[in-house]
Design a protein around this ligand. Structure first.
Ligand code: PIR
Ligand code: CA
Length: 332
């Protein structure tokens, strides 16, 4: 699962040589969102990733606000050439539930972001995902999802052939021991558990980057200091976003440093050594008495050979923040 057609391995050392690899083409399905914005920045600022497009989904805020935020972040990065396709405004069965207490009324409170200058791209997010995957060679495209899984579930139902055609699906969501929105559920899975169930029951290779991993991606004072030294408009905007996120996380969840969840998915694709994973079956709870939205991960013993899911377990914190800092510097 961690090998791909787009990374080259040097025969002599057997190690992945990122500098010689062709950049990995990805679509980022997201709901920016402070940490989603960080994921966009990391994807744009690292040469191992080729961000083909951003698709949006209602989650942290309404899809209209989220779509504007995605476009503003691209403007901030001087990359408005990347298309933004708007997606589902609400979950498959449930009402919209936003995370305003964490991300604010705008979805990206804490900084005045520049107005986007490029319109929303024509075509629904789900159509963009399907058309891009079907037009590319088998195994070419990687999907990354950092919001509720509504668009990905719809795409799999409308065009089932995408399931066998992607390289990998990397999901920020869930957790095997950790939860944040209810005692048992992580926000992205909780918002659309039926979509999550559809997605996890398809046979594509899935890497679940859950809270057990992302709660290690803390924006410590040391990590922020490295970014402050860049001294650019982008680094200041990033720190402004982190300052809001820090206050929200302290008030709501009593974290001293905020966990920057979503870019962990991109860090895993850039350098799998930064995100340790373990193969394990994952089931989604859609109707528990207290556990709706839980990701039930079977960590007993060795996973059977045919398991198509793996879960992220351990983060190289310094390595992760090195990538984040380098990306901000590269885009500054
Ligand atoms: C939602 C999020 C983050 C924190 C809380 N408390 C709620 C968003 C992030 O954007 C991330 O994708 C995921 N959902 C973490 O649960
Ligand atoms: Ca998100």
């Amino acid at each position: 699962m961690s090998t791909s057609t787009t990374t080259s391995t040097t025969a002599a050392t057997g190690r992945v040589d990122a500098s010689r690899a062709r950049p990995r083409p990805i679509i980022l399905d997201c709901d920016p969102g402070h940490d989603d914005a960080a994921a966009i920045i990391l994807a744009l600022g690292n040469p191992a990733i080729d961000l083909l497009g951003v698709t949006t989904v209602g989650g942290n805020q309404t899809v209209e606000k989220i779509t504007r935020n995605a476009r503003s972040v691209l403007r901030l990065c001087n990359r408005e050439d990347v298309p933004v396709h708007q997606g589902a405004s609400r979950p498959l069965l449930h009402d919209v539930e936003v995370a305003a207490q964490i991300h604010g009324e705008s979805g990206l409170d804490g900084v005045e972001l520049p107005d986007p200058t490029v319109p929303v791209a024509p075509g629904h997010a789900v159509s963009f995902i399907i058309d891009t995957v079907m037009a590319a060679a088998p195994g070419e495209i990687t999907l990354v999802a950092t919001g509720p899984l509504t668009n990905i579930a719809l795409a799999a139902r409308i065009e089932p052939r995408i399931v066998g055609r992607i390289a990998e699906l990397v999901v920020m969501g869930g957790g095997f021991h950790e939860a944040n929105w209810t005692p048992a559920a992580e926000f992205n899975i909780w918002v659309d558990p039926e979509a999550a169930r559809i997605v996890f029951e398809e046979s594509w290779p899935i890497t679940m980057v859950g809270l057990d991993l992302t709660h290690q991606a803390l924006a410590t004072a040391e990590a922020e200091e490295g970014i402050r030294r860049i001294g650019s408009e982008l680094s200041e905007a990033f720190l402004g976003l982190m300052a809001f996120f820090r206050r929200a996380y302290k008030e709501n969840q009593d974290f001293d440093d905020p966990p920057v969840h979503d870019p962990c998915t991109i860090a895993y694709l850039i350098d799998p050594a930064i995100v340790r994973t373990r193969r394990a079956p994952v089931r989604i709870e859609t109707h528990g008495q207290y556990t709706t939205g839980a990701t039930v991960v079977d960590l007993r013993g060795q996973a059977p050979e045919d398991v198509h899911t793996q879960v992220a377990t351990e983060l190289d914190h310094a390595g992760f923040w090195r990538l984040m800092t380098e990306a901000i510097a590269a885009l500054s």
